[in-house]
Design a protein around this ligand. Sequence first.
Ligand SMILES: Nc1ncnc2c1ncn2[C@@H]1O[C@H](COP(=O)(O)OP(=O)(O)OP(=O)(O)O)[C@@H](O)[C@H]1O
Ligand SMILES: [Mg+2]
Length: 248
Amino acid sequence: MNDKITILRGQNITKKYKSNGRKVQALGGLDFSLQQGEILGIVGESGSGKSTLLKMICGMEKPDEGQLFHENEEYTGAHIGKTGGFLQMVFQDAYGSFDPRMTMKQSLLEIQHVTMDEILDIIKKVGLEPELLERKPRQLSGGQCQRMSIARALLSHVDILLCDEITSALDVTTQAQVVKLLLELRREEGLSLVFVSHDLALVSQLCDRVMVLKDGVCVEAGDTKTVITQPKNAYTKLLLENVITVSA
Ligand SMILES: Nc1ncnc2c1ncn2[C@@H]1O[C@H](COP(=O)(O)OP(=O)(O)OP(=O)(O)O)[C@@H](O)[C@H]1O
Ligand SMILES: [Mg+2]
């Protein structure tokens, strides 16, 4: 009755970068899938390929090998641009993702076919006061600005949000508010998310499934609770142990 739809899929995603004459394998033939309404967590140490994966998914850069599918239809970066997009990236640096000279209202009105009524509706949904639309990015708090960037993504009517460390610059209370908002949007709008984070506590709270990356390959994946409470892979165990050591 309620069969899950695979909204996004990647097959053999491979990316090498050249650095000082050496080739760095950022992604080594990665397979992944995202179901509609699912929150997929991506974890792994710095340099493991998390941001590269998001760049491949949103078409900012092209993989050397492999294919990406949106609802079973293969797509490329160019394709995303043309269709107006089924996904949006939300960045860690929310301030930097807006034009500093423009008010929020001006920035949001740049979205194609958007109306002021829609903006006001979404602003309410992300828990912001309409007065904030008159402000420029630097006149907002980090959490308010991050919510504006989520609002911008929603105004583009996307089905999928790609979040790269979006809460790491926020204080704990604001982090919790953003997480609550994402969970509400998933429940009410059926939004699907790929959520990259170093914060394993946050990932275990938010994500249905998690994929652990190391040197551009997936070393372990599965239901979040199982991966976090019964990790099979030595590297996953190490990541979890490090969290405990740091917070002890
Ligand atoms: N434009 C680039 N040129 C050269 N090497 C790159 C480039 N972008 C990424 N890399 C390399 O690819 C690897 C994966 O980088 P990536 O940014 O995906 O890591 P990450 O998991 O997001 O790390 P972090 O947690 O620090 O954000 C790293 O070794 C990185 O140095
Ligand atoms: Mg990164």
